[in-house]
Design a protein around this ligand. Structure first.
Ligand SMILES: [Zn+2]
Length: 261
């Protein structure tokens, strides 16, 4: 008598981060969930089955999914849309930001480890990115900084990352951030560092404020264009260094930004 394969189905709220075509009919999907972190699943016949998944499996959509676990890679049984965030996919710049966040998330996360904070951060960031009144660059500063905090790589912003001297009071001229040490550096330690980014005191204050407020309040922050550009330069250099690989989506994001002037 053949043993029945144990089948477990589970329901989850999930953000679709990546889809890879598999053969002629199937796709492999990677989701972010709160309870299980990164989850990959096969969607059988997703490219053909208009009835089951048509228009549902779009990137950066918040879904409710039912996943069936047999042997091997789980299968997607059902998917319905909770928030389509459609304005993200009709704007190249917003799409490029969401693509970058997805790539670093997929790169950093292990399968099956709970990620409640990261799920909430990602959902909050997509909500803000979908809102036409919000600057996508500012939303990306928030996402990256809070992502670094969750990942345990929060930048050192209150003391010198070289000697530990307090840096609550900032000089009028620009402050140096050492990419190697992962934080601000004082005038003395500055001389030893080779890879640094210059930040205006006002930009550092904004970054500190975001770290202090945390996810629930930080999304109200507003940046000047100059401060936003400085913070993006810093974080887009700092974050890939700590993840160990340059995300491909960062190149695409840079091209889109340059084309918009
Ligand atoms: Zn120092």
């Amino acid at each position: 008598m053949a043993l029945m394969e144990p089948v477990i189905t589970r329901k989850a709220r999930a953000i679709l981060l990546r889809r890879i075509e598999y053969g002629d009919h199937d796709v492999v999907l990677t989701f972010l969930t709160a309870e299980e972190g990164k989850v990959s699943a096969f969607a059988k016949n997703a490219k053909k089955s208009i009835k089951r998944f048509s228009g549902v499996l779009e990137l950066f959509t918040l879904l409710e999914v039912v996943i069936r676990q047999g042997r091997g890679l789980p299968y997607l049984d059902e998917a319905s849309i909770e928030s389509p965030f459609e304005s993200i996919r009709t704007d190249y710049l917003r799409m490029a930001y969401a693509g970058y966040w997805s790539e670093i998330t997929v790169q950093w996360l292990e399968e099956g480890v709970p990620q409640k904070r990261l799920f909430t951060l990602f959902k909050t960031a997509l909500d803000a990115l979908h809102d036409a009144r919000r600057s996508p660059g500012t939303v990306s500063v928030l996402f990256q900084l809070l992502f670094l905090d969750i990942a345990g790589f929060a930048p050192t912003l209150w003391v010198c990352s070289g000697c530990g001297k307090g840096m609550e009071k900032l000089p009028r001229r620009k402050v140096s951030f050492d990419l190697e040490r992962g934080g601000l550096v004082c005038e003395t330690c500055r001389k030893e560092c080779t890879q640094r980014v210059a930040l205006a005191a006002g930009t550092v204050m904004k970054l500190r404020w975001i770290m202090e407020q945390g996810l629930s309040k930080a999304f109200r922050v507003k940046f000047s264009l100059a401060a936003e550009a400085e913070a993006l330069t810093l974080l887009e250099h700092f974050l890939p260094r700590h993840l160990g690989r340059e995300p491909r989506s960062l190149g695409f994001l840079g091209e889109i930004r340059r084309s918009r002037g």
